[in-house]
Design a protein around this ligand. Structure first.
Ligand code: ADE
Length: 233
């Protein structure tokens, strides 16, 4: 079983680079992949860069070139659910692109027109359960983990009104910029996936400052959850 692990930023994958013993570097086009074994699994790791296109491209390369059997996305997110605080964690039950919008043609915002699949992509049950357990064991103190819906778009959200809208329209629990793209790719390749996100900010006016302050710590927490998840697979 080969597992693909993707993060958008260096903070989101540096933990793996530090921890894994034998890492081989492979390039596909201009994208770098690190292959090796970790906790008895063959793994492929990549920093895809921010945004849905980068995430989709990297996920598809992992499937085509490295033949991964499952995909895990790890990183940070802005909270939508008001019960979530910075450093809490969301394990994706499903994920949807919030910025696809063909409403002028009569399609609901967030629904992908004319494709043979859903718009809200369900994560794998086994990965959800095991990631949830892994997060529960990793988090300490008052920090919490929830299973929830992740919405993704090519925008860093820093506005209370937009956060409210994302909650109302999509029932999202947190927002980020890659997860639903990986989910989309996983669906069309029949590959199980899960997204793990630690909250770095509340996607409001304070979000840029909060993100700066917490990105390193929360990205590491998410990576530590992945580490524990691998032990359960
Ligand atoms: N990733 C972390 N925080 C985010 C936010 N507020 N908007 C989009 N992506 C994020």
């Amino acid at each position: 079983m080969k597992i693909g692990i993707i993060g958008a930023m260096k903070e989101e994958i540096s933990y793996f680079q530090e921890k894994m013993e034998s890492l081989e570097t492979n390039g596909v086009g201009l994208v770098t992949f690190y292959t090796g074994t970790w906790n008895n699994h063959d793994v492929v790791i990549s920093k895809c860069g921010v945004g849905k296109v980068n995430a989709a491209m990297t996920a598809q390369m992992m499937i085509d070139k490295f033949k991964v059997d499952s995909l895990i996305f790890t990183g940070v997110a802005g909270a939508i659910n008001e019960n979530l605080n910075v450093e809490d964690v969301v394990i994706s039950t499903s994920s949807q692109q919030h910025d696809i919008d063909a409403s002028a043609l009569g399609f609901e915002r967030g629904s992908i027109p004319m494709h043979d699949g859903p718009s809200d992509f369900e994560a794998d049950q086994d990965l959800i359960e095991k990631a949830y357990q892994a997060a529960s064991e990793t988090l300490d103190g008052d920090l919490k983990v929830i299973k929830g819906k992740i919405v993704s778009g090519d925008q860093f959200i820093a506005d209370k009104g937009i956060v409210r809208e994302l909650g109302e329209q999509f029932n999202g629990d947190c927002v980020e910029m890659e997860g639903a793209a990986v989910a989309h790719i996983a669906y069309f390749n029949s590959i199980p996936f899960v997204i793990i996100r630690s909250i770095s900010d509340k996607a409001n006016g304070e979000a840029p400052k909060s993100f700066e302050e917490f990105v390193e710590k929360t990205a590491k927490t998410s990576a530590q959850i992945v580490e524990r998840l691998l032990m359960k697979l």
